[in-house]
Design a protein around this ligand. Structure first.
Ligand code: ZN
Length: 563
């Protein structure tokens, strides 16, 4: 009989099958030990039945009806006069589920969370409310504390990019070892003070983590994660390519329209030098604008050749509707602050701004305070408003570019790189050359030939990527002086950022450690958080993240296949 737990001390008295499988069982032994004193008793006082839910059988719910006996304790000094017999291999006292059903529900909880776990369970005939499942997850034992030597830190967004938590992984075992409520210096450094075994820490480029490590683990070597460094490099390349779009495109058209000069974007760049919160952000914004301006000029050129909006769109690689909108606009469509509809939060704007400027970031508290003042909007609308405070929109540009000149020359066929996009070209720039096909290779060559800036950027990017791949960090100083001497503002900023965090970047380019193993865990954490809706309180999230299930380990079959 495999549909009930394999228990030799139970006797099956009856099995009935309707929509529910009901199995009636009793203990095989005529006696039972007293749970207090352990004395074996055979004097029965009374009987009752207890119904337990068990794992479903072929999609049908299984009910175990257990005949339970009450015994007199035969030890006269025992405080228990009467006791009910127990079934420790089957379940715990006063619990309505068998142990193996509880185990299954707990696994569902770890994978799916309470709500989704209960929904899935219902479909598969597993009983268990969301609360029951969450209680089982919370009650699970966490893996024993370890003394990690090499750890990686990464952050993840708790709440709409307003609050961030920290995930810590053991980079030797690749297991998550802790989840912290935020990424503040105090929190993270306190964790390190409790884990003095740490020798090496891999982290992103944030100054908060750097400060926390210096404070809590001054003994540790900091490693700037290679992926994050590479991402910054790619961002620099993309900004440069967007800035140079006109230069690249016009160089390839030079035989057709020699009088065309890419002056306009340059002059705009000069005029637009206003103090910015972050130099990198400002560079990227201006580069995006330059790319868009060049696309706009291209639209006008092609329109003058008699092309339809749809044709123009498909040749340039933007939508026909965008082309129509631009042409209807009549002049270069500057990015503008989006007009906002009146919102229920408007009357509280001053209050919210003051609250924000005082350094408060607890959205829930703000929401409660606003409600108390009569705010009738949703918390979602409030968070949307807060997000705008976090990333302030720049005021509209004060400069309106002059009407672009329309070249009168007729271009019969599509020009090379008409649909140039900085984002796509960045990929050509950071890929290994042997990963590119012939067309991509051709495109890359054209870009490099067209623009000396692009060519210089390509050489610098590849030298850096090579250091990353080959762990040849000793070349970093040479590379930095080349970048600084390059006259490419994007690479000068990138080099400056590295100078400020040089020891860690050097370690990242030299040591084998990186945050690679964290990536999967951060994604899993995000999924877990989402699956818990509003219930994602830290202890529960932590229990689910740190739970290491059997399936995460390589099985023997996997190992055999690999070997
Ligand atoms: Zn007893």
């Amino acid at each position: 009989m495999t549909i009930i737990p394999d228990l030799s001390d139970l006797v099956i008295e009856q099995v009935s099958m309707t929509n529910v499988v009901t199995i009636t069982v009793r203990a095989a032994s005529p006696t039972a030990p007293c749970p207090c004193c352990g004395t074996i008793s055979k004097r029965i006082q009374s009987r009752y039945t207890r119904t337990l839910r068990d794992l479903p059988a072929s999609g049908r719910p299984v009910h175990l009806v257990v005949h339970v006996r009450r015994f007199f304790c035969q030890e006269s000094s025992c405080v228990r006069k009467i006791f009910a017999e127990r079934f420790p291999a089957l379940t715990l006292p006063r619990v309505k589920f068998t142990l193996r059903l509880q185990e299954a529900l707990r696994e569902m909880g770890f994978e799916q969370g309470g709500e989704a776990g209960a929904r899935l369970g219902k479909k598969l005939s597993y009983p268990g409310s969301p609360d029951t499942i969450l209680r089982l997850v919370k009650g699970a034992e966490l893996p024993p504390a370890s003394a990690p030597r090499v750890v990686g830190l990464d952050d993840w967004s708790w709440k709409r990019r307003l609050r961030y938590g920290t995930l810590i992984c053991d980079l030797e075992s690749h297991h998550p070892i802790d989840v912290l409520a935020d990424r503040a210096v105090e929190t993270v450094s306190a964790w390190f003070q409790k884990h003095p075994s740490v020798e090496i820490v891999s982290r992103d480029r944030s100054s908060q983590y750097a400060a926390a490590i210096k404070k809590g683990a001054p003994q540790a070597i900091e490693v700037a994660d290679r992926w994050h460094v590479g991402k910054n490099l790619a961002e620099s390349v993309q900004t440069l390519l967007a800035r140079c779009r006109a230069e690249i495109r016009h160089a390839l058209q030079v035989q057709v329209i020699p009088e065309q000069e890419p002056e306009e974007t340059e002059s705009v760049l000069e005029e637009e030098k206003r103090p910015a919160r972050s130099r990198r952000e400002e560079q990227a914004r201006l580069a995006r604008r330059a790319q868009k301006l060049d696309r706009y000029q291209q639209v006008l050129e092609l329109r003058d050749q008699g092309l339809t909006a749809a044709d123009i769109g498909s040749r340039i690689g933007i939508s026909g509707r965008t082309v129509q909108r631009w042409l209807a606009h009549g002049s270069f469509p500057e990015a503008r602050r989006r007009r906002r509809r009146p919102s229920l939060i408007d009357p509280y704007e001053r209050y919210v701004l003051q609250w924000w400027q005082e350094g408060n970031r607890n959205g829930l508290q703000l929401y409660r305070a606003l409600r108390a003042q009569g705010y009738k909007g949703s918390s979602k609308a409030m968070y949307r408003y807060l997000e705008r405070l976090r990333t302030p929109q720049r005021p509209p540009l004060g400069v309106t570019p002059s009407q672009p000149q329309r070249p009168k020359s007729i271009l019969a066929s599509p020009a090379p790189l008409e649909n140039f996009s900085a984002q796509r070209a960045t990929w050509l720039f950071v890929c290994q050359p042997d990963e590119l096909d012939e067309t991509q290779h051709h495109e890359l060559t054209l870009i490099r030939q067209a623009s000396p800036s692009a060519e210089a950027a390509y050489r610098l990017a590849h030298a850096f990527l090579q250091m990353m791949r080959e762990h040849t960090g000793h070349q970093l100083d040479v590379w930095l002086s080349e970048a600084e001497a390059s006259h490419l503002p994007e690479f000068q900023s990138f080099a400056k950022g590295i100078q400020q965090d040089k020891a860690a970047v050097l370690a990242g380019l030299t040591l084998p450690w990186s945050n690679g193993p964290l990536e999967g865990h951060v994604n899993r954490l995000k999924l877990l958080k989402r699956s818990m809706y509003g219930r994602a309180k830290l202890p529960l999230l932590r229990a689910r993240v740190l739970h290491v299930d059997g399936s995460a380990q390589p099985s023997h079959a996997d190992l055999r296949a690999a070997g």
